[in-house]
Design a protein around this ligand. Sequence first.
Ligand code: PHE
Length: 462
Amino acid sequence: MESENTKSVSRASWSGKWAFILAAAASAVGLGNLWRFPYLAAKYGGGTFLITYLVLVFTFGVSLLLLETALGRKTGQSAIGAFSSFGKKYTFIGVLASAVPFIITPYYCIIGGWVTKYAVSYLGVGAETLADGGTFFSEFITSSTESYIWMIVFMAIVFVVVALGVKGGIEKANLVMMPALIIMAIIIAIYTLTMPGAIDGALYYLTPDFSKFSPELVISALGQMFYSLSLAMGIMITYGSYLNKKESLTSSVVRVGGFDIGVSFLAGLMIVPAAFVAMGSGDAVASSAGPSLMFITLPSVFADMQGMAMVIGFVFFLLVLFAALTSAISLVETLVSIVADGMKCTRKKAIGIVVAFVVIAGIFINAGYNVLSFIEPIGEGSSMLDFADFISNSVMMPIVALLTCIFVGWIIKPKTLIDEVRISSKFKAAGVWTAMIKYIAPVLVLIILVAYVAAQFGFFSM
Ligand code: PHE
């Protein structure tokens, strides 16, 4: 019924359920899995974090994935249209959700540029040069030409894939990059586990240390889950809108969650033991948060691998590049769909607008590392990239998630989406899901929001 008057004529679609699962997984698996997850696991007692994360993804995470994809499929619209189709006064939720990928995409592409540069450098200057304790990295990101060039290279690849279309570009790219990524991750994990001392690192990663269990751990795991599953930013709404009514939503979202956890787990298995060998203890690994783990610590581990240094370094960064590309593709596709739906223009025109926006915003944020480095938006030493990351992940995503849960749980009522899900699957867990969306999720999300903002302003450290 609704679908007929809300679906635009030229709307893209997936070629089937697996294309959708792969695309959602490709969006989910990204830099968050590869650099943030291993570091969080090292920080919060290895297995303790793994178990908590597993539980959260398969309860809370999958419920929200289901909500978003069902909302997208029901309305056949990207975020703004999806919310406004229930009444103009709800448009603002869609607008807020859509603003998130506009903020994330430019800075995600900057980091994508760093990864591209590293992958290529392993083939060029070699492993030793990259392992100089951080000079190479900081000189590169603060450079006034090179950092821009690699950002543009990364963006160009993403734009080309999106321009080739949902079936012709995105599906094909995922079909190549996702399996390749998993194979490379397995090879590297096996290789690093054979390094002397790596088994201790693996044990540190896998054994639960329950003394590290704390509210802070749960909050961090929740925040990670949001980012990692690409929730609360309209991506899954858009992807759901490309799905036809035959495909089961419930089994699809469980698989997406499984994919995401699988890759996060593998990432930990390749990174934690390797970093453990280099740094001598789990606590040392836990202290190297953020970019330094990937761009400074790991290159020094690779450099010690002698003959294999170049190969492992290259394969590792190629894998990271694939993960970053597939996520960036999902971000750009979402922007294109928001612009095309919102301005009622063709896909081609929407791509033009998105390209212009992403390039300009990327240049501006990247300038925060060089010509505009005097701007320190969130405290000393912070960059505009940090600011964009904080606003999108720690402030806007929880707000959007909260509003979305209230919207579905209390305004349009869970039944509206349960009916949608039941078109293609039995959905026996509808009762539990309802409780999740109405009560549990809003409370948890509110806790994350307060905790993140409080931590940022120094009330406690996270
Ligand atoms: N989920 C991706 C990751 O884990 C990141 C991402 C965020 C992708 C937002 C798309 C949108 O890195």
